[in-house]
Ligand binder design. Structure first.
Ligand code: SF4
Length: 334
């Protein structure tokens, strides 16, 4: 199975060999080269693009928009020409998420949209394992990823061989994989879950003990929600593992009305001080329905901008942890 980049196919393993996936510093986004002539940002283009700018004006400045608008126009025209759809993950920057994304959401939502789409081409504005998931669900479609080096520290933390080793060490114990794994790892596991349905999936197996890979912190969170004994692999998300309880408590101390909403990939001590823990979709729904005066979304930084664009009445505190892999997605590459 291959996911096609713009020019050639590069596997995540090859990227890891090249030292491109293992650490944050090596994964800093590179400046893309312009691929085609873009329209100038004329008053006519500004008028044409005004409805799209309205969606992001709360988080994209009037100085930035003349740079994005011609790219957004070109991408949206190319989508029509190629009968393509763009699946935009919650961690995309706002001009991608709100202005070119046809479907927006977390891994689960995007996988469902991939399975349903009638389009010939799926462009995954996310990371490599997400494009693989789309290809698994849509084997007859062309799945493109704008930068095949967009990996994930969780997905890279485990191999298919590691899963076979776990089977030998724990005979008969079912293995649940989080969606953040390669297709090769998924093929070795019994069932796949997302952060939104992990507890349900673990309990659906009817087993007293379950192995969860690759995220140790998600496994620990699930353990607090179920009586099933969880054996955890020790993979971590390099974005979520950086948050600390101390920094979050400092925000709350500075303004006691600040609500703290955490993703289950965070360390247990962070989850302990949070007012709510949930998947990215769960976090967004919580903010939209509770409308706190001030909130910290303890997850990748761009998600705060994407939600802020829709709920301008809520103030977002942004401890800005960016995912270097997600940030490989930029308009020019799309
Ligand atoms: S935010 Fe974390 S889990 Fe998501 S792609 Fe980046 S490294 Fe992987």
């Amino acid at each position: 199975m291959s996911i096609q980049p713009a020019t050639k196919t590069i596997s995540t393993k090859a990227a890891a060999r090249d030292g491109l996936l293992a650490g944050g510093a090596a994964c800093a986004p590179r400046s893309p080269q312009p691929a085609r002539d873009l329209p100038a940002f004329t008053p006519a283009l500004a008028r044409e693009m005004a409805p799209l700018y309205e969606k992001v004006r709360h988080v994209v400045t009037p100085m930035e928009w003349p740079h994005y608008a011609p790219l957004v126009k070109a991408i949206n025209e190319l989508k029509v020409k190629r009968n393509a759809v763009i699946l935009a993950h919650n961690y995309m920057t706002p001009e991608i998420f709100h202005c070119v994304g046809d479907f927006r959401g977390d891994s689960l939502q995007l996988a469902k949209e991939a399975a349903k789409t009638e389009a010939d081409v799926i462009v995954q504005a996310g990371v490599h394992f997400m494009a693989e998931t789309s290809k698994i669900l849509c084997p007859d479609k062309t799945v493109l990823i704008p930068d095949p080096k967009a990996g994930c520290s969780l997905a890279e933390s485990i191999t298919a061989e590691d899963v076979r080793m776990l089977r030998e060490a724990y005979p008969g114990v079912p293995i649940v994989t989080y969606v953040n794994t390669s297709a090769a790892v998924k093929a070795e596991c019994d069932i796949c879950c997302t952060s939104a349905n992990a507890v349900k999936v673990v309990e659906s197996l009817g087993a007293p003990r379950v192995i969860m890979v690759p995220d140790e912190f998600l496994a620990k969170y699930v353990q607090t929600q179920t009586k099933v004994e969880i054996i955890a692999w020790k993979g971590h998300c390099e974005v979520h593992e950086r948050f600390t309880a101390e920094e979050l408590l400092a925000y709350r101390e500075a303004d006691p009305g600040t609500r703290i909403i955490a993703h289950p990939e965070c360390p247990p001590e962070v989850i302990e001080v949070a007012d709510f823990t949930g998947s990215t979709a769960g976090m967004i729904n919580w903010v939209k329905s509770n409308r706190p005066r001030k909130v910290v979304l303890v997850t990748e930084c761009s998600m705060s901008s994407n939600v802020a664009a829709e709920v301008p009445d809520v103030e977002f505190v942004r401890p800005c942890n960016l995912c270097p892999h997600m940030k490989r997605m930029v308009n020019l590459k799309i």
